[in-house]
Write a protein that binds this ligand. Structure first.
Ligand SMILES: [Fe+2]
Length: 209
């Protein structure tokens, strides 16, 4: 999710591609997300509903082919698994090798993700417009089987593979990433300041399950 620019969400990312064949579990996940989005709740609640759907239908790593699961040594790689015809959501798989990391960024819409292999480290930031900097706001270690998500505003983050093996995660975005090119709203090339002593905690994110 410019390397989200290389990215994380990214239809414009190098290596972005469509999964070559229908994968195990995708139909059930797609139907569950469609039902959640169909409730036409606000972004916060939609994120929670979709997170619950993803938690219940988190697919196994073989939703990707063996070749796709090997990743790309140059950057994390995305595979669009599904784009809803009405543009209301997309489902994207990301494959990260050890050391792969996104730039600091936020998104144009709600986003939910679940890790299906490996470990991902996520850092959250807040924008301090007066000082023209970012301030550390939290962190989270996401392991296989864990689902989380958020909606703008105030969801600036950076994600990296925190393990020694390839990590794979499934991301659901409230837009058609193949139409708009990426779900990223902005990349933040700003200095990062530490939070106030004692105030940096593990993120309390909006989770749906
Ligand atoms: Fe992101």
């Amino acid at each position: 999710m410019n390397s989200h620019r290389q990215s994380h969400t990214l239809a414009s990312a190098p290596g972005l591609g469509r999964a070559p064949r229908a994968a195990h579990g995708l139909a059930a996940l797609t139907a569950a997300v469609r039902a959640a989005v169909g409730q036409r709740a606000d972004w916060q609640d939609t994120g929670r509903l979709v997170a619950s759907a993803l938690k219940q239908h988190l697919p196994p790593p073989n939703i990707l082919t063996a070749e796709q699961r090997t990743g790309d040594p140059e950057t994390y790689k995305s595979e669009v698994l599904h784009s809803e015809p009405d543009g209301s959501f997309s489902i994207v798989a990301l494959v990260w090798l050890p050391g792969h990391v996104t730039p600091i960024h936020d998104h144009v819409t709600w986003r939910v993700f679940g890790v299906i292999q490996g470990i991902e480290w996520e850092e959250l930031f807040e924008l301090d417009e007066h000082r023209s900097c970012l301030v550390e706001a939290g962190y989270r270690l996401n392991r296989a089987g864990e689902v989380s998500g958020f909606a703008p505003p105030g969801a600036i983050h950076r994600v990296r593979n925190a393990g020694d093996l390839a990590a794979i995660s499934i991301h659901v975005y409230g837009t058609d990433v193949t139409r708009i090119g990426s779900s990223v709203r902005r990349y933040y090339d700003l200095p990062v300041q530490p939070s106030m002593p004692g105030s940096l905690n593990r993120m309390n994110r909006r989770e749906g399950g």
